[in-house]
Design a protein around this ligand. Sequence first.
Ligand code: FPP
Length: 246
Amino acid sequence: MDFKNKIDLNRLPKHIAIIMDGNGRWAKQQGEQRIFGHHNGVSSVRETTETAAELGVKYLTLYAFSTENWNRPKEEVEALMELLVHTISKETPTLLKNGIKLETIGDIDSLPRSCIYELNEAKKATAAGDRMTLILALSYSAKWEIIRAVQQIAEAVKDGSMQPNEIDESVFASKLCTAGIPDPELMIRTSGEHRISNFLLWQLSYAEFYFTEVLWPDFRKEDLYAAIYDYQNRERRFGKTSEQIQ
Ligand code: FPP
């Protein structure tokens, strides 16, 4: 089906978040090592980023490396970090050309020095991009982020700069890595897994979830169009009744 022409450009999700899954299985299907899948996943990152920006999506968050991913075999972690460094430095001119600003969420200080350096350079170079913001979740987990926010709030209460009764949703959200970024309306997960895997637990409270069997290295623009079309055919009630929404 031609999903692109069916998408209503006036009702696009402003923010799409993606759990890119299935690289390892894709590589295995080809009789290759897992890292081969990650390398091929970069083409999907590129195509998805370009397509989202072309459509007019304002924020795209990609779950590239979770806190739990540190527990993978050392060689895979090292290869992923190398791939990240290489990809960021190679793709920065394209981001710049397309008005895409790079941001990160997660425990960036825990990444290798070369990675931190490339990320900082790319963030500085693309800071003026106003077409779309690409947010890479790196060494990220929602529980880590929430605990960190709680610690910051506890410190503020302890030093007297905040009263407990001043803590509300907006104060809490302002302490998350995503402060200032609207919550995703659509969350896509590839590879047939139906889990949230410690991703944006607070921010996805009212997101629509879209699961596809497609493995991440096979994810192409048509798959993104299909997800957005599916999203546009959902009724988002936010706790109200269907009649109230009409
Ligand atoms: C999940 O597949 C994928 C990852 C943990 C890494 C994603 C990284 C990339 C696509 C490449 C680099 C990214 C950027 C943003 C430059 P998996 O390994 O869990 O697959 P499996 O479930 O089949 O084992």
